[in-house]
Design a protein around this ligand. Structure first.
Ligand SMILES: Cc1cc2nc3c(=O)[nH]c(=O)nc-3n(C[C@H](O)[C@H](O)[C@H](O)COP(=O)(O)OP(=O)(O)OC[C@H]3O[C@@H](n4cnc5c(N)ncnc54)[C@H](O)[C@@H]3O)c2cc1C
Length: 347
């Protein structure tokens, strides 16, 4: 069978690239082996502000301009809600932090997003004597439902195989590749942390970070905003909240750990003072890059092989933009942004 593309991996990156292909009427087949969970467990939050330092997220405005209509289009396609918009409230830990907030109000890329009035309301169960700073234009994509819906859709269209892609089976022809009974013009690898197994790209500097989350049931907590403190508390409805996340650079498994759970419980004590019950715990590995920029581009020797990876901690915002750029690069020879191009690591 001859197709235009093979995509390896159907997380946020693979999904965004598949949308580009569908839009351009290109034929493709996805391979997905359930080895990684990042897009399934992610908080799914989009927020144009880094609340640790009160600085703008890299290219946030441009990314949101592409990402929000992208998810809206998928909502229409599947007749399902994925995007829930809400306010984020940053709980101030010190007067110094409050002062930093006021200083940040005047920064050119932040004025649109930060509220100048400090919220001094009390919220039952939330520890926060120094008030809250409101961040506008934030929300959450329900990435689990989105990825599952997308996989089901591809399955119905016979465009996905739930099996491991075996790198040793690629045979290179002059301008195409063959893989088992398939011939394709190109393969786009969207494997997240799975890239470490990919002999063609595993020399690139992924500085992956495991993250763990809890789902808690807290009926006494009645918040409809994302609470950002030492960790985030994200309302899911029905008195359920997602709490996270940890950062662990040593453990390379996607399995929830006791250590992760204890860390989250300990931090939660400083954020909430109401009873709660832990309902679930999940974990995944963020495909984070040494320089905190995505990994996008074409293999230096095998031009049929391309990479879409390195979405790090912000896959929701970044994926649609970089998928578009990679598609334009592969199909229309448009130059990639130097900041995301994997060539930046070639010596
Ligand atoms: C705890 C946690 C919280 C997070 N919170 C947020 C958040 O709030 N907002 C946000 O924007 N981002 C968040 N992220 C980051 C986000 O999850 C990632 O940026 C994004 O999901 C990465 O998507 P991806 O498609 O590149 O990788 P993945 O989601 O890892 O997808 C890669 C896919 O490739 C498949 N695969 C790999 N190798 C093979 C192979 N050989 N054959 C077949 N299939 C293969 C895997 O099974 C997987 O499905 C969070 C991550 C974690 C872990």
């Amino acid at each position: 069978m001859k197709i235009d593309y093979i995509i390896v991996g159907l997380g946020l990156a693979g999904l965004a690239f598949a949308e580009e292909l569908l839009h351009a009427n290109k034929s493709f087949l996805v391979f997905e082996d359930d080895s990684q969970t990042s897009s399934l467990v992610a908080g799914g939050v989009y927020n144009p502000v880094i609340l640790k330092r009160f600085t703008p997220v890299w290219n946030a405005k441009e990314q949101l301009e592409i990402a929000l209509p992208f998810y809206e289009k998928l909502e229409r396609k599947f007749n399902q809600k994925f995007d829930e918009k809400f306010q984020t409230k940053k709980a101030f830990k010190s007067i110094e932090e409050q002062n930093n907030w006021f200083a940040a109000l005047d920064k050119p890329n932040l004025t649109d997003y930060l509220d100048s009035i400090i919220d001094t309301n009390k919220y039952q169960g939330v520890i926060g004597d120094l008030g809250f700073g409101n961040v506008k234009e934030t929300g959450r994509i329900d990435t689990l439902t989105l990825v599952e819906s997308y996989r089901n859709y591809l399955q119905k269209e016979h465009k996905i195989r739930f099996e491991k892609f075996d790198y040793s089976q690629i045979v290179f022809q002059e301008s195409t590749i063959s893989y088992k009974e398939l011939t394709a013009d190109k393969i786009v690898f969207c494997e997240g942390f799975g890239m470490k197994q990919n002999p063609f790209f595993n020399q690139l500097p992924l500085n992956e970070a495991k993250g763990e989350l809890l789902i808690i049931h807290a009926p006494d907590l009645q918040i409809d905003f994302l609470l950002k403190s030492t960790l985030f508390v994200l309302p899911l409805g029905n008195d359920l909240y997602k709490v996270g996340a940890t950062f662990n650079w040593k453990d390379k498994t996607s399995t929830p750990s006791e250590e992760g759970k204890n860390e989250l419980i300990e931090k939660l004590q400083k954020v909430l003072d109401i009873p709660y019950e832990i309902i679930d715990q999940t974990a995944g590995i963020r495909p984070t890059v040494k320089d905190r920029r995505p990994l996008v581009g074409v293999h230096s020797k095998y031009k049929q092989l391309a990479l879409l990876n390195g979405l790090g901690t912000r896959g929701v915002m970044i994926a649609p933009t970089v998928a578009k750029q990679l598609f334009q690069h592969l199909e229309h020879q448009q130059k990639l942004d130097a900041e995301i191009d994997i060539n930046r690591f070639s010596s």
